[in-house]
Design a protein around this ligand. Sequence first.
Ligand code: SF4
Ligand code: SF4
Length: 388
Amino acid sequence: MLYRQLGKTKEKVSILGFGAMRLPTIKNNADVDEEETFRMLDYGITHGINLIDTAYPYHGKKLGDRGKSEAVIGRFLDENSYRDDVLISTKSPSWLIEKESEFEYYLNQQLKSLKTDYADIYLLHSLTEREWKKVHELNVLDFLDDCLESGRVKHVGFSAHTEIDYVIEIIDEYPKWEVVLTQMNYLDEYYQSGVMGLDYLKGQNIGSMVMEPLRGGRLVENIPESVQNLWNQAEVKRTPLQWAFQYLFNRDDVDCVLSGMSSLEQVKENVEIASAIDKISDYDQELIREVAREYRSFIGNECTRCGYCMPCPHGVDIINCFAEYNIAHMMNNPKASAMQYFSLIGDESRADSCIRCMECENICPQMLNIPEELEKVSEYFGDEFDHF
Ligand code: SF4
Ligand code: SF4
C-alpha cells in the first residue's frame, strides 16, 4: 500500500481510503449488513488502509436524514480495538444547520455514534456557494477554532461541490484548513473545481482527498462497446477498474482516493490495485483522454461551462443544470445525477425557474438555445427527486 503525506497535517494516509457511504445492506437496503461490513473493514485495515471516511447522512433513509454509517464504523472500531490504527474522517451536515448551536449538537452526536472522543478529520459537508454563505454567517469558523483547541477534532476541512473560484475563496478565508475533499476521476477533470482545484490545494499544501473515483461505479459497469474498443488498444492491458484507480494513483496532487466499497470482493480488488501501482505511460495517458472524449460524446448538450450566460438575472444555475443533465446522459444513470441535481442546486435555481425572459439569447458561444435546453433538463429530472 502506498502512503502519502496529507498536506500540512503530519498524517501519512493510505492512497486508498475506505468510503463508508455504500456499505453492503440487508432487509431491502434498510440496514447495513454489519457482518459483511466488519469483514471488509478488517481486511482493509489489516492490508494497509488507514483512513475511513463517513458522514452524518450516510446510510440514512432519505437524503439528509441521520444515517447508520457512523454508528456501524464506531461499533467496528470499538469492538476490534482498531481506533488508534485508523484516521476517522467525518462531516458536519452543513445543509441541516440553521442555528449556531447546532454545529455543536451534530458534532456531539457524531462522536457518540463513532464511540470516540475525537475525529481526526472533520469536514464541512458538501459546501456549495449557498451553504458556505450560510454557515459562515453562523460563525462556523469560531466553532472550528473551538473544535481544534479542545482536541475534539484534529484537522478541519470541507468537501467541495463548487467551482474553483469558490474553493479558493473558502480556502483564503481561514488559514486552518488542512484537508479538502473534491470529486475527481478521468471524466471529471473540468467538473466543479476539478484539476485546477487539486493544483491549488497542492500549492497551498492542503491535503487532498478525492471522491467518486469510479463515478458511482459507472466507469466499471456497462462499459459501452466503443469505450471497450479503445481500452483494447492499450499497451498495458488493464481492467476498467485498474484504469480508473491507476489514473488517480499516478497523480501527485491526490493524497487519498476514497472508494465507497460494497463487498469484501471489492475491498480485495481495490487493495490489490493500491498495492501494485504501475506508471501510466504517455501513450496510455492519451488513451485515457480518448476514452473520456468517447464518454463525452454521449452528452445531452454541448455546454462547455464557459460561464458567459451567468449569472442569470432570475437565478437559474444554468451551468450546473446542464452539467448534471450531461453527466446523466454520459453515464446513462439519471438517478445518480438527479440526486446531485436536487441536492446541489437550490429550488430557485433549477431549470424550471427559467422564466424565458430571453436575456441569455444569443450569448452562448455553442449556439445553445438556453431556455429550450433548460426545458429539456426540467422535463428530464422532473420537479422532485421522488420522480425517480
Ligand atoms: S431565459 Fe431563462 S436562463 Fe435565460 S436569462 Fe432568462 S430566466 Fe435566465
Ligand atoms: S454560455 Fe453556453 S456553453 Fe457557456 S456556460 Fe452558458 S450554456 Fe454553457
